[in-house]
Design a protein around this ligand. Structure first.
Ligand code: 6U4
Ligand code: NA
Ligand code: NA
Length: 159
């Protein structure tokens, strides 16, 4: 029996898409790793509302519009829960970027991302993302949260 839990992940890019805003996660799941902004979708909100809320909570930024880019599924050995991470991007944000209890934000050149301190699946799907593809992918991890034992992906026209 599979149990799915909904999460969001927002990648904020600058207008010419040469820079990406990442946050160093200061607590909880993925602590010590650089990733996009996001979290659990709460009861009573849509996935997109959850994405906007988490972006705001974690960076203080408001996004005008989000573009859906994919869904990344994570299965960890020994855990019945599948994480469904809904991936969005935006180049249109307003407000003052701040460090929060959860995230230390930093702009990176997309050509120079800190992959050794990111989730190990990121270098696999980033090329698809940066080529503008829409995709679904499922990653199978060992319980160590570090080792990928396999993945399956598909490209789509929408997700
Ligand atoms: P709390 O502390 O309960 O408020 P919450 O912010 O709701 O937590 P969190 O931060 O645990 O949820 O959610 C996990 C976040 O990590 C989501 O934004 C998805 C993101 N994430 C998970 N796997 C990722 C991966 N491989 N690469 C990545 N982000 C990932 O960049
Ligand atoms: Na989060
Ligand atoms: Na949350």
């Amino acid at each position: 029996q599979e149990l799915h839990k909904l999460y969001t992940l927002v990648y904020v890019l600058n207008k010419d898409k040469t820079k990406i805003l990442l946050g160093l996660k200061k607590r909880g799941f993925g602590k010590g790793r650089w990733n996009g902004f996001g979290g659990k979708v709460e009861k009573g909100e849509t996935i997109e509302q959850g994405a906007l809320r988490e972006l705001k909570e974690e960076s203080n930024l408001d996004a005008k519009n989000l573009e859906k880019k994919g869904v990344i599924y994570f299965k960890f050995e020994g855990d019945p829960v599948i994480m469904d991470v809904h991936l969005y991007t935006t180049t249109d944000v307003s407000g003052d970027l701040i460090e929060t209890d959860e995230m230390l934000p930093k702009w990176y050149n997309v050509s120079d991302l800190p992959y050794s301190s990111m989730w190990p699946d990121d270098p696999i799907w980033h090329p698809w993302f940066f080529e503008g593809k829409i995709f679904t992918v499922k990653f199978f991890f060992k319980a160590d949260l570090e080792t990928i034992t396999g993945y399956k992906h598909k490209f789509a026209s929408s997700v």
